[in-house]
Write a protein that binds this ligand. Structure first.
Ligand code: DON
Length: 579
């Protein structure tokens, strides 16, 4: 077994010298401390924030510096991302937040996943012949679930934070009202979906210039309507979103366009505090998101299977390691399609799926030298992958409290529909339900009966905010976007640290692989060697090189309490900063 080695930690003496001389750990001296590494994490002694947007990282870090805790900073970042990164940061979507107190008291999870409106029906995304109509579940007003973000962030703050909602919203309101200078990624994103977004007048007016062109890098982008919407939340709390003017604007948007969300749906929306799913891997305790996300369950299931192999010895991204990982992934994703759904509506055999004995049974069927065809595991008919976006952030404060948050509007820019007059995009999360058992969603994920549409139900997710503890101490905070690839992306960062002893930036940056049972292919990023690919093909695998997977923002807390941040270079705006 390999555990994180101390080689990537700053020698304690260097840190003590820095501390005693009150020398801040600047990038320059942190480089010296981390000498010998190829990838350098951000270093902090008192707090660390890793998000997918520099401006969100900066405002959250300010909260920590002025005495706020990780939850205060997380909620502040969540609202700021809704302004600076409209393709995934949101108030029109939903997500999950894991909170692990620094004093080793229990890890808790806030589920603010969207719900199906009361008028939703099992067959609402099928035509008269019973065929699934994907356009309807992705790009119409019917695609939107009842948004959970505002209620979820407010609940997190109320139960675990120290600042009020008004304070947490202030930086977001300022960014929306005064605007911010857009980075190239902002321009590229809106340019790439111009046709899809501009069919909706409010989206065109909110995110593009008057002549329909895109804001260019370096130009200032303002969102006055969003600023007003956020101000109503600051003034009236969650009622400033789920009731009153904003609720009226959402309901009008729906009724003008055949959508289902009503005033009652909004007023009745409730986030839920849940127990995270828990497992262990080589002496580390893994906490991750329980249903209605499938993420935590399957990360633990895959880790349980892989624990039976000396993965560290087999080596990072060797053909042997990738083969075993792919075989374990296939089994987990096949189970996902059968068993997973919202546990408030269906029974999910959670303890069975995460049981080490079950993993032993599954492992027995894995041939160490030969791929098993996915169709021998279970039949299906997957769709291809789609471009998409969600966003994750990880935060640790000076008391060791950790927050791991993933939230989304599903696709990049969600449904593409902006609530007229309110300035924010609506999710298209209804596509994460099974439109029809056996028909894949946009990520090629097959859902079963357990994930059929029911009024008030939460659609199955893969989002996997994860926190690892050892001896009751928080050691790793991580999570990612990436649709179906979220589970495998998060898994690999855990393994890169635990099995392969990488520092957190190396663990985040390393090339990733993915198998989701169907389609029957190992998807790889650039950076896996051609002879490894040949060895995998010789074992019977189909290997496809595709675009980058996930954007995992992570924090590792060293044995001596030093905080290391790893921001994912796959997103050019990613930023980890400590102090
Ligand atoms: O909840 C889910 O699993 C998906 N709606 C997440 C979508 C996503 O991660 C898109 N991102 N890159």
């Amino acid at each position: 077994m390999t555990t994180p080695t101390r080689k990537h930690l700053p020698p304690l003496t260097a840190v003590l010298v820095a501390l005693s001389l009150s020398i801040p750990l600047t990038p320059a001296n942190a480089d010296a401390i981390l000498e010998g590494e190829r990838f350098h994490p951000a270093v902090g002694l008192n707090g660390m924030v890793a998000t997918s947007h520099t401006l969100a990282t900066e405002v959250a870090l300010e909260v920590l510096k002025s005495g706020g805790n990780a939850i205060d900073a997380a909620v502040t970042a969540g609202f700021a991302l809704a302004v600076t990164q409209p393709r995934s940061g949101n108030i029109g979507g939903g997500g999950f937040m894991l909170i692990a107190p620094g004093d080793s008291s229990p890890v808790t999870a806030i589920d603010y996943r969207e719900t199906a409106p009361a008028a939703a029906t099992e067959t609402m995304f099928q035509d008269e012949n019973g065929d699934a109509v994907t356009e309807r579940s992705r790009f119409t007003h019917l695609a939107a679930g009842v948004p959970g973000t505002v209620a979820g962030l407010a609940l997190a703050l109320e139960k675990h934070g120290t600042i009020d909602l008004k304070t947490a919203l202030a930086p977001a309101i300022k960014l929306a009202r005064e605007g911010f200078v857009v980075p190239p990624r902002f321009t590229d994103g809106l340019e790439s979906v111009r046709d899809r977004l501009q069919q909706w007048p409010a989206t065109r007016a909110t995110f593009y210039k008057e002549d329909g062109s895109t804001y260019q890098p370096g130009e200032r982008f303002r969102q006055p309507e969003l600023a007003d919407t956020l101000q109503r939340i600051a003034d009236h709390g969650t009622a400033g979103f789920y009731e009153g003017e904003t609720a009226r604007l959402i309901v009008e948007e729906m009724s003008r366009n055949g959508g289902l969300i009503t005033e009652a749906d909004l007023k009745n929306y409730r986030p839920v505090e849940r127990q995270p799913v828990r497992g262990s891997y080589r002496g580390y305790d893994i906490y991750s998101m329980s249903p209605p996300s499938s993420g935590g369950t399957h990360i633990i299931q895959i880790l349980n299977i892989l624990e039976g192999y000396p993965m560290g010895e087999y080596g990072h991204n060797s053909a042997q390691s990738i083969h075993l990982m792919a075989e374990a992934m296939k089994l987990a994703y096949a189970d996902r399609s059968e068993y997973l759904g919202d546990t408030d509506f269906v029974d999910v055999p959670l303890s069975g799926l995460t049981d080490k004995r079950y993993a032993t049974e599954l492992r027995a069927d894995i041939d160490p030298g030969q791929a098993r065809a996915s169709l021998d595991i279970r039949a299906g008919n997957p769709a291809s992958y789609e471009s998409n976006e969600t966003t994750h952030f990880s935060i640790v404060d000076r008391w060791g409290n950790a927050v791991s948050n993933t939230y989304t509007i599903n696709f990049s820019y969600g449904s593409g529909i902006t609530v007229t007059g309110a300035g924010f995009l609506l999710n298209n999360e209804m596509d994460d339900f099974s439109a029809k058992p056996g028909v894949p969603n946009a990520y090629g994920l097959i859902g079963g009966e357990a994930n059929r549409i029911e009024p008030g139900k939460r659609m199955l997710s893969s989002m996997s905010p994860t926190i690892v503890r050892r001896d009751d101490r928080n050691v790793l905070v991580t999570g990612s976007p990436g649709g179906s690839r979220i589970i495998t992306t998060t898994l690999q960062v855990l393994m890169n640290v635990i099995d392969h002893g990488m520092n957190i930036q190396s663990a985040v940056s390393a090339p990733r692989i993915h198998h989701q049972w169907l389609p029957d292919e190992i998807r790889i990023e650039n950076g896996i060697s051609p002879d490894t690919i040949t060895l995998l093909q010789d074992m019977g695998h189909t290997v496809e090189t595709r675009s980058a997977m996930g954007a995992i923002q992570s924090i590792h807390i060293g044995d001596d309490g030093i905080l290391y941040g790893g921001a994912d270079p796959r997103r050019s705006t990613s930023s980890a900063q400590g102090y």
